[in-house]
Design a protein around this ligand. Structure first.
Ligand code: NAD
Length: 255
């Protein structure tokens, strides 16, 4: 299904980005995987089944030259670019009163500005009817959550950007969608998930599903949204969260 497609996945040295790169490779795509973490990226490459269809690039998505370098790697290495997954991101912010200017800027640079800049660069080479972009939003960008001002604001803006880009580029045959993960066990969440029993219990007790998410749950949704199976899906924000964001579920109330 993805045999003739070239994908660029940012933040592919860990978690959701790694699972997505592996899923797309397994489907036959050629993949450029980027991350600022050289070791993580090398681990992703070592797990990949088809090394000849994978190029890795160590870069920070907030660097000015990063989007151009990454898109060039796809064009030079594989002859073009069809799919972009704007996945690289940082987590765990604080409430407004506790947020320093530098922290706010860091979240906006990494989780929002890079999404805009990578999208702009990719749109320059994507072909109508073949192109698809998936942004990583978050359920925290859909509803409020205590102590998450900069992160949630950036993710809410990614939701807005998804809608806006769908309107601008859908007519040109390039679809733009987003996935909004719930709690997924990755490097971003593992410490809190396993080190803070109250948080773990709270998240599980408010999710109407008997487990938290794994990176593959999100990779599967991303692969679908990129694929031709989602040919009429444009501007959609797909929550993959076990039902967390659309229910008022509290486990103890229904035991
Ligand atoms: N894990 C969750 O519960 C969850 C929930 C909602 C949304 N998300 C989103 O999913 C995406 C992936 O998160 P994850 O859970 O896999 O986290 P992760 O920490 O496992 O992976 C993020 C990757 O992005 C890379 N990265 C971070 N900043 C970078 C930068 N400036 N330049 C280049 N690479 C950079 C990291 O090195 C890391 O490899 C993020 O956008 C995150 O906000 C995650």
């Amino acid at each position: 299904m993805a045999q003739d497609r070239v994908a660029l996945v940012t933040g592919a040295g860990s978690g959701i980005g790694r699972a997505t790169a592996r899923k797309l490779l397994a489907g036959g795509a050629r993949v450029v995987a980027t991350d600022r973490d050289a070791k993580g990226l090398a681990e992703t490459a070592s797990m990949a089944a088809a090394a000849d269809r994978l190029r890795t690039l160590v870069q920070d998505v907030t660097d000015e030259a990063a989007p151009a370098d990454a898109v060039r790697a796809a064009v030079d290495g594989f002859g073009g670019l069809d799919w972009l997954v704007n996945n690289a991101g940082i987590g765990r912010s604080t409430s407004v009163a506790d947020t320093e200017d530098a922290d706010w800027d860091r979240f906006m640079q990494t989780n929002l500005r890079s999404v805009f800049r990578f999208s702009r660069q990719a749109l320059g080479v994507m072909k109508p009817g073949r192109g698809a972009i998936v942004h990583l939003a978050s359920v925290f960008g859909l509803i409020g959550y205590p102590g998450s001002a900069a992160y949630s604001t950036a993710k809410a803006a990614v939701v807005g950007l998804t809608h806006q880009m769908a309107a601008d580029y859908g007519p040109k045959g390039i679809r733009v969608n987003a996935v909004a993960p719930g709690l997924i066990e990755t490097a971003m969440t593992r410490e809190r998930l396993h080190g803070d029993p109250r948080y773990r219990k709270l998240m599980l007790d408010t999710t109407p599903f008997p487990r938290w998410g794994q990176p593959e749950d999100i990779a599967n949704a991303i692969a679908f949204l990129l694929s031709d199976e989602a040919a009429f899906v444009n501007g959609h924000v797909l929550a993959v969260d076990g039902g967390w964001s659309v229910t008022n579920y509290v486990k103890s109330a229904f035991d």
